[in-house]
Design a protein around this ligand. Sequence first.
Ligand SMILES: O=c1[nH]c(=O)c2[nH]c(=O)[nH]c2[nH]1
Length: 297
Amino acid sequence: MAIILGDNQYGKAESRIVRIVRDGPRHEIRDLNVTTALRGPFEQAYLTGDQSNVLPTDTQKNTAYAFAKSKGVDSIEEYGLELARHFVGDVDPVTGARIEIEEFAWERAVVDGSEHDHTWLRKGQDVRTAAVTVDATGEYVVGGLKDLVLLKSTGSEFAGFLKDDFTTLPETHDRVMATALDAKWRFSSVDVDWNDVYPRIKALMVREFATLQSLALQQTLWHMGTAVMEEFPDIVEVRLKAPNKHHFDFDLGRFGVENAGEVFWAADRAYGLIEATLLRDDAPPANDAWRFSAGLA
Ligand SMILES: O=c1[nH]c(=O)c2[nH]c(=O)[nH]c2[nH]1
């Protein structure tokens, strides 16, 4: 019996990079969490401790900061592509680079009725994400968002489900539906107007969540994904993950008080977890586009 080294990669996880453009009185801010990972002939670092092929994770971190200055951060997708191309193209042993980025949004503070030049408020809790892979097979961009918290107070049903001896859930034709959406979409091209596309995808998913008379969260996810893929031919795959944040009617009947869908117990766990992948049947191969690192998704 021999033990072999399997899949491996290494890099610097979660460099917090804040890029401020301050060319004039009105500043711009981009607030990022950047993870880099390199793939290539790094077996000897594990097997014998030979570091000769190893570009330190510290250097990877420094490069991410340096590129934030030299290349700027117009979009996280483009910035990720620049970094990945550099590692693969300019650092000899590297054959593949994986860059994962989260972006935290800020909105300008409004002071005395006008937008302030250099003060912002953190915007929402949802996070824009990008995962870029460059290797010998090509360049891949997976855009996304996570923690988009949505709730609708009607327009959601769950009935007609399979029942067995353990089923206690009542059927409903009017319930609260809430989730914290995690969505990822794979592009078939890197020639994309990233900052134009992102808000349109988010708006489409919110529209579907709001307007569909939902028979299940599963159906809602299908509609969100298909709406995005119908609008954007370059998006060939969508992966959705949605916790069903249950809102149970609180039993006020015990106190002789009527509760017609007005007071809920918002349970934080256990929660349903609904996941789906939507894929065009002629999608080009994903190769390592979905191979995540460092627990960031
Ligand atoms: O939208 C839902 N899908 C389910 O699969 C499910 N299961 C459940 O108990 N409630 C719900 N709601």
